[in-house]
Design a binder for this molecule. Structure first.
Ligand code: DGJ
Length: 739
């Protein structure tokens, strides 16, 4: 049993042997939080966990004159503002134009085996009903006649609980929701390090840490996308916790638009976490009989440090988030023509690239931006989803046929949500762009955004895309999104409804993904937003891989991929070998290091194979063969971070097969340092201590590999050129370990 209830005391305990989550109904009828963390043994009554601790009557506002009960000091489950709690709330809702202090009183509960879908929203799911149980708590606010349901799903075999909230208007008048979080969590104290992933275009998801302090600390996006700048991921780590030890709480928001993840530490050093749609600018009109469903928050508890948290996210996303089709099927090694040609190509050039790549063993040819309308640079044609006959005079079918003849699959780039002012579509439908009529429209990369809050526009794009998928027998789509949303305004929404725009927009994006992935399950989608600007679990529900970053430099990628692995499986990270000097940094790294970094992801190439030397071609053939040999391990394995690029000159990580019979270890040293230690070793993780492993011609017991470490080849130290096996800047090595 995963959910225990005490109906007399109105207590609820979700537990699966890994985690416990306990809450109850307080004496005012609202929900109080009691505990979240490592599994506790169940007992029939948890009343003793409730502490009525009102410090001084002078500083506290008590409830109904009971001096021992103040919402200001009680840990709550889904708090409101305006009563005796002065912290930021989970919910704010009222009748149109009438101020209201929400008062949601416990009504009843339901337990559902498995996990119901979240209407229109991506969310984790179960494959079999016995994988999880869902508790739904129903609360009612009589004054506004609204029913609030809090949804909690606990997974049977994972340290994971998911939460969301939905609100139904049961009255006869319109309600207005100003704020509805997916989850709110009152923690017992503030002794945590706020750990998150931040950056910008080309350096996404760098790991950032800060100590929680009194006051509000948050990460957020108001860009209409989850963003390059802050990933909707947050870990609260105990100060003494490390990569592999200690308590960490991880949170990820299954949403791809405006969000907030906030921790408010109050005057008693108590931390309140809230995660949800960013309330700034959000206003949802809830008409009678309608419901609003918040997106889902995934909560992971780990007592095995950050890495334990990451593995829980990885397992969940591999098994309970990505489309079924891609759980077992290997993803093709691809070549993308973007950095090879940019907009400058024709059919012959593309087919030559494809032929040459196919000889190297590459399996999928992806034609990136520039194949449609009259697009010779980024100033035109978005929305004109038909081939440019100047570049492809024989049409897309002919190109697709010629690619198929090389033995490769065919993929195409789309930017479905965009419209260029210089396009046929804009001439026909200038009113389809997001923005206020007659007012200034900010351009981003010379383009405007299509109003995906309008179903008829989504339908139009669906027709265009599905037609091309059918015509070309397409295997893969790279779905790009190269600007954020400004002047957010839909011409189809009334003035009162404009606060719904961002959410309706992303629902439109999800609905297009839903239709295309359902109709064409064999098409592999890779999400992209100018690189990693929408790398989030919402997208992952449809697209099992994402273009991690436009930065393909191997050294920069160490940080980007390391940070991304905090929440996302490495097999979700599009990672390609590109040409040198690198197009983003002008750095020249060895071909081997570029591959050694890219192996820890979904592998591909982003270069012109016709420009390679014979020697490089041979090396690439070896890389392709190596990846094919190991990709099921990369898809399935348990990932361990060993050395952090944020802490020093070296990075290391490894992936171990579920049965611990083999592993791949990646070791990278950015800058050479002379005369270092003589016998450098790298301590590994996750292997079986009793097994004997063979690596680089030597045998080790698993415990030796973990306690003493894998001996790295001798490094050049200024005088040992005879013996040295490695040296120079940007050196790296990948070791295959087999029992
Ligand atoms: C941004 C993407 O991240 C790149 O890989 C490429 O597809 C360009 N857009 C094309 O415009």
């Amino acid at each position: 049993m995963l959910i225990h209830t005490n109906q007399e005391k109105n207590q609820f305990h979700l537990t699966n042997g890994h985690v416990s989550y306990i809450f109850h109904v307080m004496k005012n009828g609202q929900l109080g939080h009691l505990y979240y963390g490592k599994a506790l043994r169940h007992r029939n009554d948890f009343s003793h966990l409730q502490t009525y601790d009102v410090p001084t009557a002078a500083s506290c506002h008590v409830y109904e004159d009971d001096p021992a009960f103040s919402l200001e000091t009680l840990r709550q489950e889904y708090p409101a503002y305006g009563n005796s709690d002065f912290r930021e709330p989970a919910i704010s809702v009222g009748k149109e134009g009438i101020p209201h202090v929400p008062n949601f009183i416990y009504n009843s509960f339901r337990i559902v085996e498995g996990k119901p879908e979240l209407n229109g929203l991506p969310a984790t799911y179960v494959n079999e009903n016995d994988e999880a149980s869902t508790l739904q708590i129903i609360l009612k606010d009589k004054f506004i006649q609204a029913e609030l349901t809090l949804h909690y799903t606990i997974f049977r075999d994972k340290p994971v609980i998911t939460r969301s909230a939905s609100l139904k208007n049961e009255g006869t008048e319109n309600l207005v929701i100003d704020r509805i979080m997916g989850a709110s969590l009152d923690l017992p104290d503030k002794d945590f390090i706020f750990t998150h992933l931040a950056g910008t275009w080309s350096r996404e998801r760098h790991v950032k840490e800060r100590k929680l302090e009194m006051g509000i600390q948050s990460i957020s996006s108001l860009r209409g996308a989850s963003s390059h700048h802050h990933n909707p991921f947050l870990a609260l780590k105990r100060p003494a916790s490390t990569e592999h030890t200690g308590e960490v709480y991880g949170f990820n928001f299954v949403y791809s638009s405006n969000f907030i993840m906030q921790v408010e530490v109050d005057h008693y050093d108590i931390a309140r976490l809230t995660v949800g749609i960013h309330p700034f600018g959000f206003k949802w009109n809830l008409v009678p009989d309608e419901s609003f469903q918040s997106p889902e928050v995934v909560m992971v508890y780990s007592d095995q440090g950050l890495n334990g948290m990451s593995q829980a996210f990885h397992n969940l996303y591999r098994e309970n988030l990505i489309p079924n089709q891609w759980k077992k099927e290997e993803r093709p090694i691809l070549i993308n023509n973007w950095e090879a040609t940019y907009f400058d190509f024709n059919e012959e050039r593309l087919v030559n690239i494809a032929k040459s790549a196919s000889e190297l063993g590459i399996e999928l040819f992806v034609l990136d931006d520039g194949w449609f309308g009259k697009r010779n640079d980024d100033t035109s044609s978005l929305g004109d989803w038909y081939e440019d006959l100047d570049k492809l005079p024989n049409g897309l079918e002919s190109l697709a046929g010629k690619i198929a003849e090389t033995g490769m699959k065919f993929g195409l780039w789309f930017e479905p949500e965009m419209i260029s002012p210089n396009s046929e579509l804009f001439k026909d439908h200038p009113d389809w762009a997001v923005g206020m009529p007659g007012q200034h429209h900010t351009l981003g990369r010379n383009q405007l955004v299509l109003d995906f809050s309008r179903p008829e526009i989504v339908d139009y794009i669906y027709e265009k895309m599905s037609d091309i998928i059918k015509r070309t027998d397409l295997s893969y789509i790279k779905w790009d999104m190269n600007r954020n949303i400004t002047e957010a305004f839909s011409r189809k929404l009334s003035a009162q409804q404009q606060g719904e725009f961002f959410h309706r927009y992303i629902l439109g994006v999800y609905s297009l993904y839903e239709r295309l992935t359902k109709e064409f399950p064999h098409v592999l989608f890779e999400s992209c937003a100018g690189g990693g600007g929408r790398f989030d679990p919402g997208m992952m529900y449809y697209a099992p891989q994402a273009w991690t970053s436009d930065d393909t430099d191997a050294v920069e990628r160490l940080k980007i991929q390391y940070g991304t692995s905090f929440a996302y499986p490495i097999y979700s990270m599009g990672s390609h070998v590109s040409a040198v000097p690198n197009h983003q940094t002008l750095r020249e790294t060895p071909l081997s290091t570029r591959a050694n970094t890219a192996y820890f992801g979904t592998f591909g190439y982003e270069l012109n194979p016709l420009m390679l030397t014979e020697e490089e071609r041979e090396e690439i053939k070896g890389q392709v063969a190596f990846y094919k040999q190991h990709r099921s391990l990369i898809r399935n394995g348990h990932f361990y971070r060993l050395l952090s690029p944020f802490e020093g000159n070296e990075t290391a990580w490894m992936i171990v097969s579920p049965n611990q019979s083999e592993a791949l270890v990646g070791y990278y040293k950015v800058l050479a340092a002379p005369n270092g230690r003589k016998h450098q070793t790298l301590r590994l993780c996750g292997v079986d201590e009793a097994k004997v492993y063979q690596v680089a011609g030597r045998n080790y017991y698993g415990d030796e590999l973990m306690q003493i470490g894998l001996q790295l080849p001798t490094e050049f130290n200024g005088v040992n050129s005879q013996k040295a096996k490695r040296g120079g800047d940007f050196q790296s090595q990948v070791f295959h370990i087999k029992s």
